[in-house]
Write a protein that binds this ligand. Structure first.
Ligand SMILES: Cc1ncc(COP(=O)(O)O)c(C=O)c1O
Length: 304
């Protein structure tokens, strides 16, 4: 199964746990998502037997911005490969007017508390418009059986528990408003940071025909770790998603990747910094973050 290495571990881990081999491909520099040009080139170099063995392509809508689903779906269709969206970070995101989660064969969402729709603990959701797959998934999540004591598969216990569902139903009512607030906060960053830092900071993009839901507001800066410690000294939290690309994780060493093999993904791991973007932050809060970031960057890279 093909995916990108610049993602949370679960994307690659779930492939490997199935007994399948993860194929990690390159990302786009601006959206951090699977690069359709890389995908096209990779598949063009595969033999017919190799193509048959590829069970799915898993684009991730990283940080809340949709992957280029038009290009990815076209390439996948040409090779008759299914597309599974990792929409864990992208609830409410849109691509060409359609919601993330309705753009592939099926999609997985996460309700981990840090997500835009976060529960009280772990939880998730799968969407699909394939009725046969939906029926199968209902069996898989309940020990491979349909209730009672007969089991078609050796499934798992993967039901969303009632307590999570109750909390999520209440929070769901507010999701659109929270998304709107995240987008307003992103606008505030886009307004202030270029004036303060010019090209010493690279801001996230929102491509035409896309709606970004900013689960993370991820900028790129040089000397990222030093900048991050200065922000922390100023009392401002930030995070690095992700410091190690999956193809260089110890558990995937058997795939034989070497440092330098996927340079765009590897550069991202050294430069990305996620700034506070939660719906509850005010415009003053965002301005304070911008000013602190400007001071932190100025410290290392004075704008001469
Ligand atoms: C991109 C991505 N994929 C998959 C997952 C896994 O979701 P969960 O933790 O709900 O299993 C996450 C969660 O952090 C994620 O960010």
């Amino acid at each position: 199964m093909i995916t990108s290495p610049f993602t949370f571990f679960a994307t690659g881990g779930s492939i490997a746990r199935l007994g399948a081999e993860p194929v990690f491909g390159e990302i786009e520099h601006d959206t951090f998502n699977l690069d359709p040009d890389w995908l096209r080139g990779y598949l063009a170099d595969c033999s017919a037997t190799q193509i048959k063995s590829i069970r799915a392509i898993i684009p991730i809508h990283l940080f809340g911005h949709s992957a280029d689903m038009e290009a990815i779906n076209q390439i996948a269709a040409a090779y008759e490969i299914r597309v599974i969206e990792d929409a864990a970070q992208a609830i409410g995101a849109e691509f060409q007017g359609r919601r993330a989660g309705s753009l592939g064969w099926c999609a997985a969402f996460s309700f981990f508390p840090s997500k835009n729709l976060g529960g009280l603990g772990d939880g998730g959701l799968i969407t699909t418009d394939d009725p046969e797959l939906a029926d199968n998934l209902r069996l898989w999540r309940f020990h491979g059986g349909g209730g009672g004591y007969s089991h078609r598969y050796v499934g798992m216990n993967s039901r969303l528990d009632t307590l999570q569902a109750a909390a999520l139903l209440v929070k769901l009512e507010h999701l659109d408003e929270w998304t709107h607030r995240r987008r307003e906060n992103a606008d505030e960053y886009h307004h202030h940071l270029p004036a303060l830092l010019g090209n010493r900071v690279t801001l996230p993009v929102e491509r035409e025909h896309c709606k970004h839901v900013y689960n993370q507001f991820t900028v790129r800066v040089r000397n990222r770790d030093a900048v991050r410690s200065r922000l922390s000294e100023a009392g401002i939290g930030s995070a690095v998603y992700y410091p190690i690309p999956l193809h260089l994780q110890e558990c995937f060493a058997y795939l034989g990747h070497r440092k330098g093999g996927l340079p765009v993904s590897e550069a991202a791991t050294e430069e990305v910094l996620a700034l506070p973007i939660e719906a509850g932050l005010t415009t003053q809060d965002i301005r304070a973050v911008c000013e602190a970031l400007a001071r932190a960057v100025d410290h290392d890279q004075p704008n001469l």
